[in-house]
Write a protein that binds this ligand. Structure first.
Ligand code: BG6
Length: 506
């Protein structure tokens, strides 16, 4: 089921993972559970160390306790104590100020001691689980302290950078420049955890390892594409961050842009990282920037009001902690994009994402063109559906081809039938966080499922005109959808104007 570039079966060689922001939320929720899952499946290096660095005044013993508490909290009380101990025994901690050069000298000493105790041979994976404003400064300090420098034939040094990668196109470009001034591009791993999801990885295999889909994967056969990332969760404890981001920034230039790139890219010449990235970047660059005057008719923004989810009352966005009572931040965004190339000319790509929606539903829908209805004139068949290919990312993971069949019985009527492949039933599927695969790949030095600088910039370029218009013309109708619904009515109108409709949620 894995593609060639996915077939890394064994554990990577010795290395130390240095986590900046080791006491933060991301480490607790995702990084530590992923390391546990990797250890469980024996995909972690035999000689391995975790090095935590953060502001919090902790010592190594305190950090080891923190690891155990976090794993229990996020993976449940039944975790394997031997694996927890194994991780704890190779964990170290130093506290310090990310901006202060002296902290890095201290870090260097403790790090080298840990490396010699664990035999990690100087190979280092730096994970920046920190606020975006620190990223450039930390990379610079690491370089000054020679901690991230790679020498010919020496140990490897790689850096994983979390999103948000910049705040807009200009800041993303600047961040790329800052990072590239102290690291080589092949040392920089820009992570997008959607690329760690099984069905997303399967998309490339599905398209390019089968001969039956690619010939129809174009404007001659596809009517339009929908990409949906709907969540039932609200902003939870992240009101502070979300107020400065909003749904558009939070999801579109990164996660949805990556889904679009894999759906729409041309065939790469091989599955190696550069060939893949070039094709992904190319299609993102071919997206028509939405002209300023068209932003109102081609995009929709929304904010949830109070509503009901699974029978329970949920508050409005404006009543969430850390959110202004008159907030103008959108929690829903939809847009219609067009791609300027021969394959996709005139095929709309409709993207939508929102919080507190009726259902957790991440899916790519390929809607094929209608069969010539005229053939069925003078038959009892009054209507039928277009064929659809549903690439289900979560909560289900799989692929469904929906087509029309004759319903059994003496009268000829038509109904839809599904041919489905379900990933969730595969025992090899870890139900992990999505980060396992990506951490493992980075330790192996395979950047295929990470984002190259030009991909990130193309993602921002795709949304920049919308950010600009929304910034100047504030929304006046918020809240405009109820928590637990399928989004603002304007989003239905966006497709209705084109004689289409969204896949139903809930
Ligand atoms: C994150 C966003 O990048 O992705 C969150 O910041 C969002 O707002 C999350 O909830 C969605 O990821 P997943 O894997 O839960 O679909």
């Amino acid at each position: 089921m894995n593609s060639t570039h996915l077939a890394h079966n064994g554990p990577p060689g010795p290395c130390m993972m240095v986590i900046f922001g080791a006491t933060g939320d991301l480490t607790k929720r995702l990084l530590l559970p992923s390391l546990y899952n990797l250890a469980k499946t024996k995909l972690i290096p035999e000689k391995f160390a975790i090095f935590g660095f953060a502001f919090d005044k902790l010592d190594t013993a305190g950090f080891r306790d923190h690891i155990e508490q976090s794993l229990k909290e996020f993976l449940g009380p039944d975790i394997d104590a031997n694996i927890v101990r194994w991780l704890q025994e190779r964990s170290y901690y130093a506290s310090g100020d990310f901006q202060d050069a002296a902290s890095y000298q201290n870090l260097k000493g403790v790090m080298e001691k840990a490396e010699s105790e664990q035999g990690t041979q100087g190979n280092r994976l730096f994970y920046f689980a920190i606020a975006p404003s620190f990223i450039a400064a930390v990379a610079k300090r690491l370089n000054e302290a020679t901690l991230s420098c790679e020498e010919e034939g020496g140990p490897w040094r790689r850096v994983i950078v979390e999103k948000p990668f910049g705040h807009d196109l200009e800041s993303a470009k600047q961040l790329n420049k800052d990072l590239q001034s102290v690291l080589r591009e092949d040392q920089i791993y820009r992570i997008d955890h959607f690329l760690g999801k099984e069905t997303v990885q399967n998309l490339t295999v599905f398209r390019f390892a089968n001969s039956i889909f690619e010939p129809i994967w174009n404007r001659a056969h596809i009517d339009h594409v929908q990409i949906t990332a709907a969540e039932t969760v609200g902003v939870e404890h992240r009101g502070g961050y979300y107020e400065t981001a909003g749904a558009l920034r939070d999801m579109m230039p990164n996660h949805l842009a990556q889904l679009l790139s894999l759906t729409a890219m041309e065939a790469p010449i091989s599955f190696d990282a550069d060939s893949m990235h070039s094709k992904q970047a190319e299609v993102l660059q071919a997206i028509q920037p939405i002209p300023e005057n068209d932003v109102p008719s081609r995009t929709v923004r929304g904010q949830y009001g109070a509503g009901k989810l699974n029978g329970a009352d949920v508050p409005a966005y404006r009543s969430e902690p850390g959110v202004a009572p008159d907030s103008g931040t959108e929690t829903y965004a939809a847009m219609k994009l067009m791609i300027d190339n021969w394959r996709w000319a005139d095929v709309p790509f409709y993207l939508r994402t929102g919080k507190r929606m009726a259902e957790r539903f991440t899916e790519i829908t390929i809607q094929f063109r209608r069969a010539p209805f005229v053939l069925f004139r003078d038959t009892p068949i009054e209507s039928f559906q277009n064929n659809q290919l549903l690439i289900r990312i979560q909560p289900d993971q799989g692929i469904t081809l929906r087509f029309e069949v004759k319903a059994p019985g003496p009268v000829t009527t038509v109904e839809s039938a599904d041919m489905s492949f379900d990933f969730s039933k595969d025992p090899a599927n870890l139900h992990g966080t999505g980060y396992e695969r990506l951490l493992h790949d980075c330790m192996l030095g395979d950047p295929t499922l990470f984002c190259r600088a030009d991909m990130v910039e193309a993602g921002w370029r795709m949304v920049q005109p919308v950010l600009d218009v929304w910034q100047t013309a504030k929304a006046t109708d918020f809240p405009n959808y109820a928590a637990g619904s399928s989004g603002p009515k304007a989003a239905d109108d966006l497709l209705a104007r084109d004689g289409r409709h969204w896949r139903k949620l809930g």
